[in-house]
Ligand binder design. Sequence first.
Ligand SMILES: Cc1ncc(COP(=O)(O)O)c(C=O)c1O
Length: 435
Amino acid sequence: MNKEEILLAQKEFLFPSVFHYFKEPLVMTHAKDQYVWDIDGNQYLDFFGGIVTVSVGHCNDQVNAKALAQFDKLQHVSTVFSTEPQVALAKRLAQITPGGALTKSFFTSSGTEANEMAILAARCYTGASEIVALRHSYHGRSSAAMSLTGNSSWRLGGVPQPGFVHAHNAYCYRCPFGLEYPKCGVACAKDLDEAIRTTTSGRIAGFIAEPIQGVGGFITPPKEYFPIVADIVKKYGGVYISDEVQTAWGRTGGKWFGIEQWGVQPDVITSAKGLGNGTPIGVTIAKPAVADAVKGLTISTFGGNPIATTVAGAVIDYIEENNIRVNTAEVGGYLREKLLELQTRHALIGDVRGMGLLQALELVTDRGTKAPASAETNQVLEAAREARILLGKGGLYGNVLRISPPMNISKADVDNFVKALDESFAKVSAPVGVL
Ligand SMILES: Cc1ncc(COP(=O)(O)O)c(C=O)c1O
């Protein structure tokens, strides 16, 4: 099919909810390492990684060689039979979870399903049902996951499930209390106590949060936030679930999991995306007591699939063998410096935040009022496309540029990306000198 035929077929045969970036949709044909090519032969430097998913580069040779060999050996038998790739991956994950305390895995095919399983496990373990999530969060697209999600744009259908409440996140750039860190005393975290006492029965099954809120626009809390929150969750008997669909596998730099940056020991971790480098996989990893509470029958046909678990094992090996977590911290730090430099030259950039190779720019039309620059964000994205770089969008107001390249990029890639991003901003806003 040519480009026009693909776009016409998309319009005619796919749900319109399968939306695009860009006024004229971009049709992609192939990719390698940090690059993707469109159907017209243009090459793009990919700094979004298929929504924080291409963790170790497109079509990674080492990973794909293992996947292809597994395709020829055993593709699927379902979880009613035992296979080596599934248990080998589970064993490997048990070795790298925080404190080595989360040792039992349940595999699925997506982050949504991983969160569904975590909620089920928390309810089975505690005998309670209510779950606390955070405002500005995103947890997936099932009915329960949309009910967990704290962003109206992603809560379709109009009938959220009961039993979910939303506490304040730590959105320091737009503090819900109008306070300033650290003078605020992290009031947003302390408010969780009152939120549980006033909006639940006082007995909760669990609390779920992303260590850095991804779709919300890489909202990064101050270091005190999650330790305070975790103590309150414990006080009310809840299971602490860390949704690491975007923040795991070294993405935040140095550590395997984002929650480790905050020094909190979770009871359950959920993940997906980067674990498969583009091959569908989801996982719920729990402390044995929580996992063992899920009695009775539940099954995921594709869970633990030999191809997906072989790929995931290969991704973890690649990260380990190539010191990718260190690279992420170093190159991420370099990227952060360059983004802060950009902020001094482009008035649109109100906030620079994130960790490791998970960095965001929040755009505002006025740094005083912080009015969201939603239209300008789209203009920068269009200009970036012309400059042949890919990045993502997010935030409640659609005014956050999300940057999450493969974690095995170099500082030279960052230089190329930032130069192109600088040019893109220049097309949308006139540089205004040091602000
Ligand atoms: C933090 C978080 N949780 C859950 C999900 C849902 O994952 P999936 O789209 O694989 O179902 C996402 C997807 O973006 C996510 O970012």
